[in-house]
Every structure is written in C-alpha cells, then in structure tokens.
Design a binder for this molecule. Structure first.
Ligand code: ADP
Ligand code: MG
Length: 647
C-alpha cells in the first residue's frame, strides 16, 4: 500500500543521460536486459556475503535467484531478484543520480559530437540501469533492503522526475517492471514480452550468471489415460524453467567458450559495453590451485586516471563470489585489466586484511602480472593494430610499471614503444632502436619534454639531427620519472641528450685536436666572466658540441632534475629547489663569435656585454620551452638592444 508519494528531480547529469536513452540513439537495445540481470546478480552476490557476515540478518538466503516475468497482454516485463535490495536513501542515491565518474566528460563529448556518433560514446561509457528507457516508456522499481521492514517504490517515465512511495508489503529484494514501448513493426525479435525472445537473450548475454535466472512457463502435460480407455484432456501446468547454464567460464578450457561468450562475461564484470581486446586464461595446478580469466579492454574507461578508481579483479573461491575489487591481485599500473580469479584453497570468509598478508595471493599476483605483460608483448609481436589500440589507451598507465615494478621493468620496457626522431608517426620499440644504432653508438639517447613538438624545437637535438643519430622523444609525465631511475636495456644505458657532456665526435679521426685546444684557450676568459655574471642562473658556462645552429642551450649534470620533472613535483605539491644548470655556447654561432671578438680579455670591465650575456641565457631558456624567471627584465633588455641596433 502506498503511503506518501513524493516527486523528485533527477540530478542534472542523470537527466541528460536519460534523455539520450529515451530517444535511444544506441543501436543495441537488447543490452538493457543484460544490465538488469547483471545488477540483479550483483545484488544477490551481496546478500549472500552479507548473510555470511551477519548471522542475525533477517533475510532468507535459501533460494537466491533472478526471475523474469513477461506479460505479453499488458506488455510488461518484470526482472526481479531476492538479493540485497535498497533502502529509500539508496534508491535516491543510486538510481536518482549518476555517481559514475566521467559523466561530465561524456556530456561534453556528446555536446561536441555529431549525434550520429553518440551511440559509440554511450557504448564506451556504459549506461547501466538507465538503459531500460531504451525499451520502456515507464519503469517501476519496488525494492526492500534485506533486514528492513518497509520497502520503496520508485517510478519514472524518464522525463526528468521520479516519484517515491513507501511500500508496506514489498518482498525482499528488487523488482523492476518495464512498461514496454510498442514492438517495432519490422523487428519482431524486439518483443521483450515474448518468452522465446527472452530465452534467446539470456542465453546470449547472461548464460554464465552464477545464480539461476528463472521464468515461469506454461506447459501442456498429456493426461493419464483413464481406466475406461478414454483419451483425457491434456492438463496445463505452470513450471519454472532455468534459462541459464550458470557455468563459470573461467573453469572451462578456452576452446569450449566462444568469443561472444567471453565478451558478454567481460561486460558483466567490468560494467563496460565494449569488446575485450585480449582475453587471457590461466589454469594453475600444483601447490596453489587457481583459475584466472582476464581481459584487456579495447577502450579506456573514463576514470582510468582518477585516484578513487577500483581495480577490476573479482575474487572467487571455488566458484563462490568473494569480492569485486581485489586490489591485492593486480598492481596499479595494470589497473585497466578486468577479470576473475578463482582460488581453490582460500577460506570462504577471507578478508581484505588476510589477502594483504597471504602468500598464495602474492604468488598468484606475480604470475598474473607476468602473464599480462607477456600478452602485451604478444600483441606487439603479432597484432600490430590491436597493439596500437592498446598503447593509445593504456600505454601511459603501463609505463608506470617502469617506476614501481623493478622485477618486471625490463619486460615492460620491451613491450613498450616510444616516439622517436626516426619517424613522425610510428613509435619505435627499443629493440628496433638498437637495430638502427650507429656502429660506434653504445647508448640509447632520449630527450624529455612537454610535447613532441616542444622537444623537436629544442636546440639540444641539433647535432644529433645533423649526424643522423636517433633520439627518443619522451613527452608523457610518467616518462620523466622512470627515465631518471637509471634503467638500461640490453646493456645499453638510456642517456638524456639534455644532460651531461655529449661528445658526438667520439674518436672521430677528422677532428682537429689542435684547433679545438686553441678554441678553448680563446674562449676561456669569456666563459669565466659569463659564469660569474650569470652566477644566479647557471653553475658553469662552457663550449658545446651538441649545437649546430643555436647560440646556446642549457644542460643538466647527469643526475640533475629536468625542468619538467621539477614542474611535475611542484604541481603535485612537493616543493623542490630550482636546480641550476650549465649554459653551453656554440662556438660556431655568429652571435657567440661576435661576443668573443668583442670581449677584451685584458680589461676588467665588461659592463657593455652584460645584457648580451643575459639575453643569450634567456634565449636558451626560451628555446627549450622553459619559463623565464623575470620576463619583464628580459623584455626590457631586448628593447634596449633593439633600440641600440636601430639607432
Ligand atoms: P553499475 O551497475 O555500473 O553500478 P547501474 O546503473 O547498473 O550501475 O546501477 C546503479 C546502482 O544501483 C548499482 O551499483 C546498485 O548499487 C544499484 N542497483 C541497481 N539494480 C539493483 C538491484 N537489482 N538490487 C540492488 N541494487 C541495485
Ligand atoms: Mg549495472
């Protein structure tokens, strides 16, 4: 019996998503059933766990199941479960709002995009419960939380508001009744009140659900022949039919499971709507017995870079669901991996605290990590297009492993690709880089920066470009961090071209050592004076062998932080001192030769050259895309110099 009926407005985000659903721009309307069954299955999982945890819970957990009740005359379909249910507040919180992170991004993208592409975005974002409005013009949800006495009725036509009532006699769990839209004339398979259609859809989308999905069917039973030999009328009986096989896909060998079945299972556990890019199965026997079924998604979820994101690994013990974000089983840098681990020897009431200590869990995790990395390597070796998709979506996350996972860093490095000066468009593996190395080159050169364009403009690259030496162009924030951890690859050190001394001439026989020494002598007084003049900005001024065009550039010593890394630390709230670098001058540059020509080594007074020295430094900062400490002063020096030049 309804007591007080109250009207509520959907939260703004929810309203917009609903609007999309009502006008159903997503082509695969069947998905609504998968979503409802998936939610029902989660609710039943939760109640079973709660029942274990709380022995006094006043709830019946003896026959947990999901039920479909179609009514073709009334054109309704009810999907019900006797799971955990929701309180009134939870209904408002969970059904009245879209708490899902990334909703704002989705809306923004929808606003920018052609409506024709919106379906793709919906698929990418994944619309859970609201997908019912693709097929129904009115939806009623009646729910009672396990252990509570009063239930809640929620009702909406998806038009921006919903009503809530109290229900005194609601059964425990949740029942969702859809008033179905008229059947598409030319598409009878879309009649969701038809038992055959439902049977087929459950098989297709939800066969693996571990709880029975039941439907009451009417059977005609032939009557017993009477004693008088008369043929009796058949009797009509109602019977429950279980629509799903309930088989755990991870327990089967991969040859027994179709690609489509894996994909549906992936969508169920990840709450996603895309296809898995790669499916990984693992059956371990021996000391620790376990099975794992893991997926690498095709699309990055919207919240991949958000802190609060949970991991995607579900833990089962002997087919029984235990928890859905077993963070202990997958490191953070593989947080895009979704899947199930079923361990045979854990206790059914294993807690998070126990998981953190468990030797078996650690062993499983080690094995899973290696398996995921080798799967990525396999994509790189055998399926270049899929690898490209993987890298575009997850490369930045994957590289976090270079910082955090020392045991696997080499394998991660090998399975990664990097932009390089060898190609505008194709990133390179380190193996390929090494195969292109010059005969006398024994290290891998890289430069970090904020973007490829910015790095490419930097003067540090000049000599490398002139000599045709390949340089990796690393522009993800995470690159700054891992390159400074001193990794090498196949015994080749990774060396920054913006740090330390670069001697590209090596033992080149053409180099005239005598001329070089003479040049050093000629420049020495200028270099000393400039070092003193710029003492607040740089540690030293010296001649460069990495420049061919520019007058000057700044380099760090081998262990100093790059300006980008300093920026990163500051952005994350960690104060770091500004580290001074070395100013290198190009002795072949016209400005530098003019400067040395003007410099009178005999005199003590070089005030006339001070502003030029400062401008040379400023131009080196600007060339690498850095920030001047006092831009106003530089602008003034520049204006003075120009005035002098014109006057
Ligand atoms: P998701 O499943 O990705 O969280 P949904 O839109 O499908 O998103 O569902 C939103 C939330 O509503 C669920 O997380 C769950 O808390 C709650 N919910 C939905 N259906 C049920 C149900 N049958 N029983 C209990 N809670 C439910
Ligand atoms: Mg859901």
């Amino acid at each position: 019996m309804a007591l007080t009926s109250q009207v509520f407005e959907f939260q703004a985000q929810a309203r917009q998503l609903l609007d999309l659903m009502v006008h159903s721009i997503y082509s695969n309307k069947d998905s609504f059933l998968r979503e409802l069954i998936s939610n029902a299955s989660d609710a039943v999982d939760k109640l079973r766990l709660e029942g274990l945890r709380d022995k006094d819970l006043d709830a019946d957990i003896s026959d947990l199941h999901i039920r479909l009740t179609p009514d073709s005359e009334a054109r309704t379909l009810t999907v019900s479960d006797n799971g955990i249910g929701m309180t009134r507040d939870e209904v408002i919180e969970l059904i009245g709002t879209v708490a899902k992170s990334g909703t704002d991004e989705l809306r923004q993208k929808l606003a920018e995009k052609d409506p024709a592409d919106a379906g793709d975005l919906i698929g990418q974002f994944g619309i859970g419960f609201y997908s019912v409005f693709m097929v129904a013009d009115r939806v009623e949800l009646v729910t009672r939380k396990a252990g509570e006495t009063v239930g809640t009725r929620w009702e909406s036509t998806g038009d921006g508001t919903y009503t809530l009532d109290e229900v005194a006699d609601a059964p425990q769990g949740t029942a969702i009744t859809l008033s179905l839209k008229p059947v598409d004339e030319d598409d009878a398979v879309n009649d969701y009140a038809d038992q055959n259609v439902l049977r087929r859809l459950v098989k297709k989308y939800s066969d693996f659900i571990s709880w029975p999905i039941r439907m009451t069917v009417v059977k005609s039973v032939p009557g017993e022949p009477g004693e008088d030999g008369e043929t009796p009328e058949p009797t009509v009986e109602e019977a429950d039919e279980t629509l799903n096989s309930q088989k755990a896909l991870w327990a089967k060998s991969s040859s027994e499971v179709s690609k489509e079945e894996y994909a549906e299972f992936y969508r169920h556990i990840s709450h996603a709507w895309d296809e898995p890019l790669e499916t990984i199965t693992l059956h371990a026997e021996g000391t620790f017995e376990y099975q794992a079924l893991l997926f690498i998604p095709t699309q990055a979820p919207f919240d991949l870079f958000m802190r609060e994101r949970s991991t995607g690994i579900h833990l089962y013990v002997k087919r029984v669901f235990i928890m859905d974000d077993a963070a202990e089983l997958m490191p953070e840098y593989l947080r895009f991996v979704q899947g199930v681990v079923d361990a045979a020897d854990l206790s059914l009431n294993v807690s998070r605290e126990i998981l953190q200590q468990d030797r078996q869990i650690r062993a499983i995790r080690r094995r899973l990590v290696k398996k995921v990395i080798s799967s990525v390597q396999e994509l790189q070796d055998r399926r270049p297009e899929d690898y490209q998709t993987f890298w575009a979506n997850f490369g930045r996350v994957f590289k976090e492993g270079l910082i955090n996972d020392h045991d696997n860093a080499k394998a991660i490095l090998k399975a990664s690709v990097f932009a390089s000066t060898a190609s505008e468009t194709e990133p390179t593996t380190l193996v390929d880089y090494i195969s292109r190395m010059k005969a006398d080159q024994d290290v891998i050169y890289y430069m970090t920066g904020e973007s490829r364009t910015q790095i490419e403009r930097s003067p540090h690259l000049e000599a490398f470009r002139a000599k045709g030496i390949e340089v990796l162009l690393l522009s993800d924030p995470v690159d700054e961090v891992w390159v400074s951890s001193g990794l090498d690859f196949e015994d080749k050190q990774l060396v920054s071209i913006a740090k330390g001394v670069v001697d590209l001439d090596g033992d080149d026989a053409d180099v005239d050592e005598e001329a070089k020494t003479k040049q050093q002598e000629q420049f020495a007084p200028l270099l000393t004076w400039m070092g003193e003049t710029l003492t607040d900005e740089v540690t030293e001024v010296r001649l460069s062998s990495r420049l061919t065009e520019s007058a000057a550039c700044l380099v760090g010593d081998a262990f100093s932080m790059t300006p980008q890394l300093e920026k990163l630390y500051r952005a994350s709230g960690q104060p770091v001192p500004h580290s001074k670098r070395i100013l290198e001058l190009n002795p072949d540059n016209a400005l530098v030769t003019a400067l040395v020509g003007k410099f009178d080594a005999e005199s003590d007074d070089h005030a006339d050259l001070e502003s030029t020295a400062k401008l040379v430094y400023a131009s080196a900062v600007l060339a690498e895309g850095g920030d001047l400490e006092d831009p106003a002063e530089v602008a003034k020096l520049l204006a003075d110099a120009l005035t002098k030049n014109l006057g």
